[in-house]
Design a protein around this ligand. Structure first.
Ligand code: SAM
Length: 229
């Protein structure tokens, strides 16, 4: 088995801490935006319905032990209170901020508890530059990639009438190795190409990659907020 770097070990530990927070027991879970979070919830023994607006992302899921539904987060086709927990992990920053309150209120309508996991807006200059390039590239094609402070998510949940039970930020200390930075840049370029963004953003990301290797880079911190009725 491949040896994990200190960075990877730390990220794995943070991940375990985050997913131990909702204390999954029984009942049906809703995952808004299919992907890693869906696999985590299933791995924890949850019965999961995963929704996504992008049919391609749903079709990609193989050996999936749950139900997949194509829909928009603003229009959840479910009855009130059918889920024990609704999760939006790394999904809300891809949605127009003007719709956030509406989306969280829909999550609140269909479930007893709501969990939001989001990357936080930035700490270090290289992270800030990386986030800015991503955000500009996505805005240029009419998509969103807008990170917020943890208090922003907490306040939205409170506005929806939820009582906050957990509000925590997780920050790793270890920096990525040069190889990990290289892989991150390659993944980012592949993703940007798949969205057909202007070459200027791809060049900016590649340039930033060199700086990241010189200066080192940590992952942005992750905020987790859980609220219940
Ligand atoms: C960055 S991925 C995160 C997916 C997953 N939660 C995870 O942890 O890997 C965000 C997902 O949200 C989906 N998404 C974005 N906007 C959406 C919307 N308005 N309604 C439903 N899904 C949406 C995207 O298609 C994408 O699959």
């Amino acid at each position: 088995m491949m040896k994990l770097s200190e960075y990877e070990k730390e990220q794995k530990m943070i991940d375990q801490k985050i997913w131990s927070l909702p204390k999954i027991e029984k009942g049906l879970m809703l995952d808004m935006g299919v992907g890693d979070s869906t696999r985590k919830l299933i791995g924890l023994g949850a019965k999961v319905v995963a929704v996504d607006s992008d049919l391609n992302n749903l079709v990609k899921q193989k050996n999936f032990d749950g139900m997949l539904v194509q829909c928009n987060a603003s229009y959840l086709p479910f009855k009130d209170s059918v889920f024990e927990l609704s999760v939006a992990s790394f999904t809300l920053h891809e949605i127009n901020p003007l719709l956030h309150l509406n989306v969280v209120s829909k999550m609140t309508r269909v479930s007893r508890r709501v969990m939001i996991v989001e990357p936080m807006s930035v700490q270090e200059p290289v992270n800030k530059r990386y986030d800015d390039i991503w955000s500009k590239a996505m805005h240029s094609i009419g998509r969103f990639e807008d990170y917020q402070e943890i208090m922003y998510w907490k306040k939205l949940m409170e506005k929806c009438g939820l009582r906050i039970t957990i509000c925590e930020t997780f920050m790793g200390k270890n920096r990525m190795t040069s190889q990990e930075i290289d892989e991150l840049i390659k993944r980012t370029v592949t993703l940007m190409n798949s969205y057909y963004v202007s070459k200027k953003y791809i060049e900016e990301i590649k340039d930033l990659g060199k700086d990241m290797i010189n200066k080192g880079m940590r992952r942005s911190s992750i905020g987790v907020v859980i609220g219940e009725h």
